[in-house]
Design a protein around this ligand. Sequence first.
Ligand code: SAM
Length: 221
Amino acid sequence: MDRSADHVAGARQEHWDTVYTDRGERRVSWYQADPRLSVELIEEAAAAGEGRDGAVIDVGGGASLLASRLVDEGFRDVTVLDVSEVALETARRAAARRPGRERISWVHADLLSWRPQRRYAIWHDRAVFHFLTERADRDAYLDALRAALAPRGAVVLAAFAPEGPDRCSGLPVARYDAGGLAAELSGAFGDAVTLTARRSERHVTPAGAVQPFTWITARLG
Ligand SMILES: C[S@@+](CC[C@H](N)C(=O)[O-])C[C@H]1O[C@@H](n2cnc3c(N)ncnc32)[C@H](O)[C@@H]1O
């Protein structure tokens, strides 16, 4: 990482650490007591691939309960990556009380400069890609995805829908329909990627606001 990239990554960590510290993990707008749709789509993708033995990574997983839920469901190899140490520590503490916690790995990294050391059967991202409003940042994300995804791997991707909010946590976001998300993946993988599921979801924030999300699953090969 060069100096300026280092500086950007540091600012990004500081931003997200402050958000989690100031609001607390249960009051952030994206909080979910039960990440049901993530589990459903990951289970679907696993059933069509390597099953619960396949490695799953939740990028920008933050303080989400998803990793704990996946090990509860029998997934044997789950990784959570996030730029916020505060969020990861919160998630790690929550997981520490549960059986199966040794099946979760924690990676503190900025996705945009991360170089994966291994491959994953399933890549899950809820509400991270949509923060990348610059083409260069989306390309850096897609580089990491290409390096991390196993052959015949699946991507489960959720972003604000076209009628969703245009900002989150003080940052601008890009909004997508399923075609827009699929086009980003096709840009990275070409014909090698196939859309296998799409969903629309109305997420209700802890403050009671409705946030429309677009979800897709896409598979390589
Ligand atoms: C809106 S939150 C969503 C958290 C989680 N996916 C969920 O659904 O609860 C966005 C998350 O992405 C993380 N994040 C943002 N930019 C990142 C980056 N470049 N690399 C790694 N994590 C990032 C933030 O720290 C935060 O936890």
